[in-house]
Design a binder for this molecule. Sequence first.
Ligand SMILES: Nc1ncnc2c1ncn2[C@@H]1O[C@H](COP(=O)(O)OP(=O)(O)O)[C@@H](O)[C@H]1O
Ligand SMILES: [Mg+2]
Length: 237
Amino acid sequence: MKHKTVIVKNIARLMEAGESLMTRNAGMPGMGLLWGETGYGKTTAVTWYINQVNGIYVRAMATWTPSAMLETILEELGRPHSRRIHHMIKEIVAAMAQEGRVLFVDEADYIIENKKLTETLRDIHDLTGMPVILIGMSGIQRKLRGSKQLSGRMSQWVEFQKCDIADARKVADTLCEVAITDELLVHLHGKARGSMRLMVVGMGQIEMHANNRGIGQVTLDDWLSWDTTFFIGDAPE
Ligand SMILES: Nc1ncnc2c1ncn2[C@@H]1O[C@H](COP(=O)(O)OP(=O)(O)O)[C@@H](O)[C@H]1O
Ligand SMILES: [Mg+2]
């Protein structure tokens, strides 16, 4: 398998939302939310996108305090920490505004459960005018609607969708070193239930079995005759 980010429809959705946030009119709020089930490709999409727009990526942690969050953002900006919270905020605001950086916060479920973290991010957004995009698991969109501080500032809501067959084909053709027939792809797609992670794991398994047998194309009949299952180690359905 090749290691590459495939530009699937969810990534196009993220790009469109990012573009709208960066080119919005003055005075318009500039926060965004991206959510979806685990394995749908959120982190991969954001990691790819920050390289296109010189964004800052941080991953929230259960143990974050406002200072821990600010220190992490400063590290990503390559700026020194300080012990004083308000110094750190000033430094971040100056750097983001001068350099025109967009901030992405992954695993943002931890953020919105914490009032201080929520307010600190809102301050960064308000003071810099730069977009701040939160990434979280399904369900975060409902919790966020209950948070007045943030929901009023959200102007882009992007839900990551299930991987469809066309995306699955694109991923197979880009990443997989053996050919997978349409019939087998549809079979794998059904088992993966929309998860990009499971699609890629399954393609890796197909490729491994094909390589062991020295064949360059795998059909559904081949796969079924090998008496194996997709996603070993996964919890049963
Ligand atoms: N666009 C993509 N191109 C290639 N592989 C992808 C893509 N999106 C997801 N994947 C694969 O799926 C796995 C899980 O995706 P990830 O971004 O971690 O999902 P999430 O953050 O939504 O839980 C990645 O490790 C990668 O192998
Ligand atoms: Mg993730």
